[in-house]
Design a binder for this molecule. Structure first.
Ligand SMILES: *Cc1c(COP(=O)(O)O)cnc(C)c1O
Length: 300
């Protein structure tokens, strides 16, 4: 159903591999490309012809959704919870080029604004489809469950640990269930890009529970959820000098480009976690690269 991304060995790093979802085939790449593929398929199956979703100014989810809608000829409204900005860079630049309807509102008004936009589409004769921010839904989880199946088809290797940037948690929930299913000895480590531990873990658990209920998987899948909030650098879109230096170092040493909002934090969490754990040199590590190039380019 989706398209396989490369599995790549990192130059000069013993037993470190990268799943290149930053190269997922959609302009700008990333995990929101993979999720939106599944979500919009569901929209089409439900015979809807308009989409309403939301996100921040530099949301990869809104960019991926807007691109899919244009590919499919589906109308699209993006609700952005921020003040309107004059200059446009990164994801916002693409939203403007795609010329979808963009509505700005206050954070506290997102639900009401999205409801209003749903009704607006209905009153215009459309059949609208609602997508939660970040593409947080069953299909998003499923996309990442299937991504592990894709990995299984690419390699016989046993990974001991997987590191991934975790935001709304759907990507981690899908990977968690996928690894439980296809590589039961692998541990998935979600590195929080924003949320504190308790909130983040609860959201992932909700998604995992929904997924195992629908698919009648073992209820043990709910165990061993690792969500670490020690590397979020003070919150969403916050950056530290350490993080910036790490991103530059990784680019120089490996050619892998990380970003300051998501994948840089995940790599930071990976390096620090591996340092504190007793691992033998045959430990195979997988870094699941979720994208973020446009977030990098949108910053000074
Ligand atoms: C959204 C996003 C994430 C987090 O994905 P979730 O499914 O929301 O946890 C990670 N990396 C990038 C680049 C993203 O855009």
């Amino acid at each position: 159903m989706s398209i396989a991304t490369p599995l790549q060995r990192v130059f000069d790093r013993h037993n470190l591999y990268i799943k290149r979802d930053d190269l997922y085939p959609i302009s700008g790449g990333g995990n929101k490309g993979r999720k939106s593929h599944y979500i919009l398929e569901n929209c089409v199956e439900k015979k809807c012809n308009a989409v309403v979703t939301c996100g921040g100014i530099q949301s990869n989810h809104t960019r991926a959704t807007a691109i899919r809608c244009r590919e499919l000829g589906i109308a699209c409204t993006i609700v952005i919870h921020s003040d309107e900005v004059q200059e446009s860079q990164g994801n916002l630049k693409l939203l403007k080029m795609l010329n979808v309807r963009v509505v700005y509102c206050e954070m506290t008004n997102v639900a009401r604004t999205m409801d209003f936009e749903m009704e607006r589409f209905s009153s215009l004769g459309f059949s609208p489809f609602y997508i939660w921010g970040g593409g947080h839904c069953y299909e998003g989880t499923l996309a990442y469950f299937d991504a592990v199946k894709e990995l299984k088809q690419q390699t016989n290797m046993k990974f001991d640990a997987v590191f991934v940037a975790s935001g709304t948690g759907a990507t981690q929930a899908g990977l968690h269930c996928g690894f439980k299913h296809y590589f039961p000895d692998t541990q998935v480590f979600g590195i929080s890009v924003a949320r504190e531990k308790h909130r983040g873990e609860e959201e992932i658990k909700k998604s995992v529970r929904e997924f195992i209920d629908v698919n009648k998987f073992n209820s043990d899948y709910i165990n061993d959820i690792n969500f670490d909030d020690s590397f979020n650098c003070g919150g969403y879109e916050n950056v530290t000098n350490e993080l910036e230096e790490l991103i530059n170092k990784v680019a120089t040493q490996t050619g892998i480009i990380l970003d300051p909002t998501y994948t840089g934090k995940a790599w930071l969490g990976m390096e620090k976690t591996l340092k504190t754990q007793q691992l033998n040199k045959n430990t195979n590590i997988l870094f699941w690269h979720t994208g973020g190039l446009l977030n990098l380019m949108a910053r000074k």
